[in-house]
Design a protein around this ligand. Structure first.
Ligand code: UDX
Length: 445
């Protein structure tokens, strides 16, 4: 099947590559010529386990190709996927300018009937806007072709995107058209052989499903962070509480890990956008607002814990920071808790010695050269000469640690752990103060 993908960002590239990998002919289009040249050479702009070799392989077979030519892109695919960004604009609602620009391009160049697939995370009602935009463009050319728009939201997790694409829980397609259903079934046929995962529904239901799923997961996290903060004040260990409630199948173990707040490109943006959508239809989404504000507060807690450990004065202190990405197995620092922490530390006059297995380049790109930021070559170097250690991301390599060695390195025997990685008793036995989230010496704070 011939498929065009507009946008070679995270979602577009993973989608295009995975579809090529199962035998479809895929053409990915992007307006960024430099990016396209690099992709043609098999160089990928993001860190995602397994993706680079998959891109190289499929470029090699000729099934995955790239272009900057809009006419070629529109002519190619029966299905035209839109997978461009929808960044939040000033008021938190999703900015549709890139999505609508693609719709315009399709309307400008199409010479036969097309099916458009909205893959970008877009507010409810966007499919109608995309259709209107294409029709307007067609009318301006005096052309008449049949256009159908369906919604096919993605549920990829960074760091596990290929696995999520190939073995996801469900594939949602919002459409009432039998022709679109048939084409989408053909597109996803390689993934649904073992299990019927295709779920057809109305366009608006599909659009809302994406936001509802992310908002539900964000709610679970904020709920658990609230319980952790309470546990801290009540003298209970939240990790025991987590196991206690997770064992109830109605609650489940997923997404109830307390921590230093959720980040990334989806949860913060999508919760905000859904709240904004609610306001547009005169509904006050109180729960969503609370989920967001609990998360914003949670991102501040690492700094508060450090400040408490140093009697409120961090001026001139050097803090070792492990983990910069918003979660492991990615170099993405969008809305990462590490950023809130670093910025607060700098404001307080402290120096940060940071290490992350993948996000060092991204950190340099974001913050540039500065005297109060030292990017260390490894976790050991980050700790050298530091006063205390703080952990923002649960990378595997941070999970075990020689606490006696750590104590010998730090001027103050303090670990602030935003991911509850260690057993508080073991840390305490090594003579360190252990401030975690809803457990450890935080209980005494
Ligand atoms: C998320 C959704 O999981 C995915 O389905 C959707 O398509 C995009 O958004 P992603 O942002 O890649 O994926 O990461 P995810 O693994 O969901 O983690 C999001 C954030 O929540 C991270 O900052 C993570 O540290 C945090 N988190 C997650 C917790 O704090 N506790 C948890 O129990 C789970």
């Amino acid at each position: 099947m011939k498929i065009t993908i507009f946008g070679t960002g995270y979602v577009g590239l993973v989608t295009g590559t995975c579809l090529a990998d199962v035998g479809h002919d895929v053409l990915c289009m992007d307006v960024d010529a430099e990016k396209i040249t690099r992709l043609e050479a098999g160089e990928i702009p993001i860190y995602e386990p397994g993706l680079e070799s998959m891109v190289k392989h499929n470029v090699g077979t000729g099934r995955l190709r790239f272009t900057t030519d809009p006419a070629e892109a529109v002519a190619f695919g029966v299905l035209q996927f839109i997978a461009v960004g929808t960044p939040p604009d000033e008021d938190g609602s999703a900015d549709l300018q890139y999505v609508l620009a693609v719709a315009d391009t399709i309307g400008e160049h199409m010479q036969e009937d097309k099916v458009i697939v909205d893959k970008s995370t877009v507010p409810v009602g966007t499919a109608d806007k995309v259709l209107a935009q294409v029709q307007k463009r067609l009318a301006s050319r005096g052309a008449e072709f049949d256009v159908e728009v369906c919604s096919n939201p993605e549920f990829l997790k960074e760091g596990a995107a290929i696995e999520d694409f190939t073995h996801g829980a469900r594939i949602i397609v919002g459409t009432n058209s039998e022709r679109v259903k048939r084409l989408m079934r053909e597109c996803y046929a390689p993934y649904i052989r073992l299990q019927e995962k295709l779920m057809f529904m109305d366009v608006r239901a599909a659009e809302l499903t994406k936001y509802a799923a992310n908002a539900m997961l964000a709610t679970k996290i904020s709920f658990m962070n609230e319980i952790a903060n309470l546990a801290e004040r009540l003298g209970a260990d939240v990790e025991q509480v987590r196991r206690g409630i997770g064992s109830d199948p109605r609650i489940g173990y997923h997404f109830i890990y307390p921590g230093c707040g959720y980040g990334g490109s989806c949860f913060p943006k999508d919760v905000q956008a859904l709240e904004r959508t609610a306001r547009d239809v005169d509904y006050q989404a109180e729960l969503l607002a609370a989920v967001e504000s609990v998360n914003n507060r949670q991102k501040q807690t690492l700094f508060s814990k450090l400040a408490n450990a140093f009697d409120g004065d961090l001026k001139g202190r050097t803090i070792a920071l492990w983990g910069l990405s918003f979660k492991p197995n990615t170099d993405d620092m969008r809305d990462a808790p590490s950023r809130t922490l670093m910025e607060a530390l700098w404001d307080a006059g402290a120096t940060v010695q940071a290490y992350d297995p993948e996000a060092m380049k991204e950190c340099r790109r974001l913050y540039g050269e500065r005297d109060d930021l030292l990017l260390a070559g490894d976790r050991v170097q980050a700790v050298k000469g530091a006063d205390a250690l703080v952990i923002c991301t649960e990378w595997k390599e941070f999970r075990s640690l020689d606490f006696a060695w750590l104590k010998s390195q730090l001027s103050m025997p303090v670990i602030v752990d935003g991911r509850n990685l260690y057993d508080p008793e073991i840390v305490r036995d090594a003579g360190l103060m252990y401030y975690a989230v809803g457990r450890g010496d935080s209980l005494l704070a």
